[in-house]
Design a protein around this ligand. Structure first.
Ligand code: HEC
Length: 168
């Protein structure tokens, strides 16, 4: 019995290695955040080390991502992270959305909710263990971008519009 179950598990583990899914590896940069906003090198370094794997269209895949189900677990974070915020397609969204995402970035980094905790488990991605100074650099940058938007565009273009509910 135990032998059968073990064989079953091994077969399953082998089979899931072949589940196909698309890798997040596009180099298109037409709508990259850097196209409309100033992203200085020190900010770019922090984003690259701590955020871009889950919040751009180009993930740097570590070796263990090629082992399932680890890869599928990582892929879910990437898809979900990009669904909330994608720096590679940032300027393709309405201004109010962009403004709101800077605001959320400030909140997430201040509250230490980002980068996701699991990203640095077991000593992985050591460069993503942000120091207080790194967090301040990122927060100040996002605040500067919001101030620039506020100084450049009419206030109502920066307000997220709620969808009006359909008429009854
Ligand atoms: C390992 C993947 C991963 C990394 C690395 C990561 N994030 Fe996220 N991020 C997510 C996921 C998943 C979500 C959506 C679920 C959630 O809010 O927890 C998210 C959501 C967000 C949101 C949107 C929150 C909202 O309310 O919609 C912001 C802003 C954000 N992340 C900023 C960052 C910043 C800035 C960094 C780098 C300092 C970062 N993230 C690093 C996976 C990641």
């Amino acid at each position: 019995m135990i032998k059968k179950i073990s064989i079953g598990i091994i077969v399953l583990l082998i089979l899931i290695q072949f589940i196909p899914y698309e890798k997040n590896e596009s180099s298109a940069s037409e709508f990259d955040v850097s196209k409309s906003y100033n992203v200085p090198d020190n900010v770019s370094m922090i984003l690259k080390g701590a955020c871009n794997d889950c919040h751009t269209n180009s993930t740097i895949y570590p070796w263990y991502s090629y082992i399932e189900p680890v890869g599928l677990f990582l892929n879910r974070h990437i898809t979900e992270g990009k669904g909330h915020l994608n720096f590679s397609e940032f300027t393709n969204r309405p201004l109010a959305w962009q403004n709101h995402k800077f605001e959320e970035t400030i909140e997430m980094v201040e509250e230490k909710e980002m980068p996701l905790e699991s990203y640095t488990f077991f000593g992985l991605h050591p460069e993503a263990n942000l120091t207080d100074q790194d967090r301040k650099v990122l927060i100040d940058w996002a605040k500067d971008q919001m101030a620039m938007l506020a100084a450049t565009y009419p206030a109502d273009s920066l307000v997220m519009k709620r969808r009006t509910p359909p008429a009854q």
